[in-house]
Design a protein around this ligand. Sequence first.
Ligand SMILES: [Zn+2]
Length: 227
Amino acid sequence: MFPLPPIFAFLMATVTEENYLKALISLADAEGKVAVSELSRSLGVRKPSANSMVRKLAEAGLVYYERYKPLRLTPEGRKAAALIVRKHRLTEMFLVEQMGFGWEEVHPIAEQIEHVKSPDFFSRMDELMGYPTVDPHGSPIPDKAGNFVKANHRRLSDCTGGQTVTIVGLAHNSNDFLHFLNDRQLKLNSVITVHHREAFDGSLTISYTGHQEVVFSKVAADRILVR
Ligand SMILES: [Zn+2]
């Protein structure tokens, strides 16, 4: 049988194969390399299983594979992986922005929806939200061609007294921090007015719907991306 061209191979990829591609793009070092041991640890599978799946992806033209050498995604593999990341991040944004889910709730749901094949489904999602460039956690959403475009958002901590800004994402997404924001009823698109910035420690006095003159530490304000 002729090997399928990579893009067709990707359209037919299984959930497991897609999770391998996603792990490879997220574990890649500056040169794009990933050790098989690292890959198997991150996916929670044994090394021989990881090896055989990676050989399958190599046959499909998505991964460069040489025995005992680190793995690397081919350009087609990288694009395929970036498009899964795109689906994941668009979904997280959609769940928070349009469906009212809490920031800390969306990751496991997006892990399932990212495997839906229909490109129309995600195009509609993108359109409904006005083509967002970051996900709720502040990570860039790759474009339709699979390019990661770095979004330059300001941090709340850079704002001075008198400014009114909108929350567009987070620079940090630990569960503790997400709960901290939920407790204070702050979410994506919340509009915040900064009244005063304390020169001594960088803390901010802010107001937003239903909350007047709340003091926010610099540590918290550093983690909030605004527009
Ligand atoms: Zn996630």
